[in-house]
Design a protein around this ligand. Structure first.
Ligand SMILES: [Zn+2]
Length: 294
């Protein structure tokens, strides 16, 4: 057997194992149910479930009655076997959350900050501190870390190319966070927040395969899914609609262009539109938080 065929079989088995873990996040299942869900032979599913059991990721969960024949043995995830860490950077702060293998939230922390003002290095310090706080009571490091950012991410290099609302450019976020937390770089994923939102709808939603996910906060973003697959486009920036020019004579955008959708539909723009003319929200020297409290 050639090395490449072996590698293909290993990666296919890994994908099948991951598929079963995802299916089990919806609750205990029998091997027959998992076979029907995955389209795999029942013998293959049994072998995969045995491997997941050997790895300590699933356990027996009683018998399922109903249907014909004898009751079937259910398996369920051992949620406590592993956990993941989600980190989020937004224009007005940071958040961190841990979730166990079964999808049960474990701990979360958030902090407010004017992130553009704070800058990249101090911002990463703050994010790492939140990460350490939510992982403090858990055994071992997380099995994976996902960093959500409101900007354009080059997913090959894991570099945040540009986040206008943060004023961060060409930032190696995966390196920065891995170094601060002392974890393996390979376990860190950096992704655009709207793409993650779209991806979550596909994974957790009721069979959604075609989707445009519109994200509105400080900025405006979008994630595009076709046939259940996230579309990135040739340069990896598909679905990013916030910086499409909709008013060439409009306001300057932090991205350097004029009249982007974000300058009309982003949170600061909506606040300004709702505020009366003398309101401090119209003072460009004040940030949104300062403008609201002034
Ligand atoms: Zn723009």
């Amino acid at each position: 057997m050639s090395v490449s065929v072996q590698a293909e079989q290993v990666s296919q088995r890994t994908a099948n194992l991951a598929g079963l873990l995802r299916a089990l996040r919806r609750g205990p299942r029998s091997r027959s149910q998992l076979a029907a869900h995955s389209g795999l032979y029942k013998a293959t599913v049994s072998s995969l479930v045995t491997e997941l059991g050997d790895r300590g990721l699933v356990r027996p969960a009683g018998l399922r009655n109903g249907g014909h024949g004898r009751p079937s043995q259910l398996v369920e995830l051992r949620g406590e076997a592993a956990y993941g860490l989600a980190l989020r950077v937004e224009a007005d702060g940071f958040s961190a959350m841990t979730m166990d293998l079964a999808g049960v939230p474990l701990a979360s922390r958030a902090s407010s900050a004017d992130v553009a003002q704070l800058g990249l290095e101090r911002g990463m310090d703050e994010l790492a501190a939140l990460a350490e706080a939510v992982c403090a009571d858990l055994d071992g490091p997380p099995i994976g870390i996902t960093v959500s950012v409101p900007g354009l991410v080059d997913t090959d290099s894991q570099v945040l190319r540009f986040a206008p609302v943060l004023r961060w450019r060409d930032a190696g976020l995966a390196d920065l966070i891995a170094a601060r937390l002392g974890v393996d770089l390979a376990g860190v994923l950096v992704e655009n927040e709207a793409n993650l939102g779209a991806f979550a709808e596909v994974l957790e939603g009721p069979g959604v395969r075609e989707l445009f996910y519109l994200s509105g906060g400080y900025g405006v973003g979008g994630g595009l899914v076709s046939s259940g697959v996230l579309l990135r486009g040739a340069r990896g920036f598909a679905g990013e609609i916030g910086h499409i020019t909709i008013d060439p004579a409009g306001d300057a955008c932090p991205c350097g262009r004029t009249g982007c959708l974000e300058t009309k539909a982003g949170f600061p723009a909506l606040l300004r539109a709702a505020a009366s003319p003398p309101d401090s929200l119209h003072d460009p020297a004040l940030g949104v938080d300062a403008g609201v409290t002034a």
